[in-house]
Design a protein around this ligand. Sequence first.
Ligand SMILES: Cc1cc2nc3c(=O)[nH]c(=O)nc-3n(C[C@H](O)[C@H](O)[C@H](O)COP(=O)(O)O)c2cc1C
Length: 173
Amino acid sequence: MILIIYAHPYPDKSNVNMLMLKLAANNPDVAIRSLYDMYPDFNIDVEAEQRAVEQADLLVLQHPLYWYSYPPLLKLWIDKVFTQGWAYGAGATALKNKKMLWAVTTGGEHGHFEGGDHPGFAVLSQPIQATADYCGMRWLSPVAVHGAYRADQTALLKQIRNYGERLTSWRED
Ligand SMILES: Cc1cc2nc3c(=O)[nH]c(=O)nc-3n(C[C@H](O)[C@H](O)[C@H](O)COP(=O)(O)O)c2cc1C
């Protein structure tokens, strides 16, 4: 089973993430938890989140890139849900060998991140990849959907379709 932890601060205003979620929802193995819809007061139900994560073989963290990072409720979700004894430390097995996929959308184009003037995804992914590694998870190559504001949607839709394919072929990754 695939669990998408979705963190968009303004879910009703999303264009790209909304398309990605619509596509993902066609996959019968996918369950979606939209954090900003579920916890507008940031009062996360840690036990419910841990139970949901335990059901998953693939954990997807999906969000728009905000200032080269993730939106605050996703950071809080990790801080609260990845507890000692459950996610890491002595006797912790909840996340072990589960796979993690980071799926992020950006206003910037591919060249903004891979042109050398700004940190690329090998750098930006480090905190979340280190977190996954620390908890014994298996890190998959991230999905980055670039150019959210582009007028020509063709390239955007191609990247979104690629996300859908990753959600069906992830067992081979
Ligand atoms: C507060 C804020 C910070 C942002 N920071 C970045 C950024 O650092 N890099 C980037 O490429 N896009 C940045 N963006 C653009 C968003 O990533 C973009 O609007 C989003 O990925 C589009 O997805 P959506 O249609 O689902 O909202 C930022 C947007 C906002 C509102």
